[in-house]
Design a protein around this ligand. Structure first.
Ligand code: HEC
Length: 114
């Protein structure tokens, strides 16, 4: 009896906190996108960056994550001097929360299968 009451109290405390955390991450993502990504990809994600990338609105959600993680982790790509080096630079300056936030933002707002 006592423990189920404790559980209820615990859940009541936990749920609003986690939804705040998610909201905060989304807000960060939106700010970052507008400041650091929209210039090349368009504020609605429907511009082909440098005329060569796909529109963000054409990319399935899971693939967005794969592409961004690759740009972030692949040092050869970052040092290649090619167009992919551009994206490496964009994402390597983001901290973990900013990276997660911006990824969530583009997945929820632009992905082809959103
Ligand atoms: C200076 C211009 C520029 C900025 C700013 C920029 N990008 Fe890009 N982005 C590119 C280019 C160019 C490519 C294509 C790179 C390639 O195909 O190797 C690309 C590719 C991508 C792709 C993969 C698209 C595909 O065709 O698979 C995603 C996702 C992406 N960018 C997200 C972002 C996010 C999120 C930000 C902000 C943190 C951002 N970009 C900022 C130029 C930019």
């Amino acid at each position: 009896m006592k423990s189920s009451l404790l559980k209820i109290i615990f859940i009541c405390i936990l749920v609003p906190c986690s939804s705040f955390a998610q909201e905060a991450e989304e807000n960060i993502g939106e700010q970052i996108f507008k400041k650091k990504c929209a210039g090349c990809h368009g504020k609605d994600g429907n511009v082909q960056a440098y005329g060569i990338s796909r529109k963000l609105t054409e990319i399935p959600s899971a693939e967005m994550g794969d592409r961004l993680k690759l740009f972030q982790s692949d040092k050869n790509l970052q040092n290649s001097g090619g167009v992919s080096a551009v994206m490496g630079k964009q994402v390597s300056v983001l901290d973990k929360q900013e990276f997660g936030g911006v990824l969530l933002y583009i997945q929820q707002n632009f992905a082809a299968d959103k």
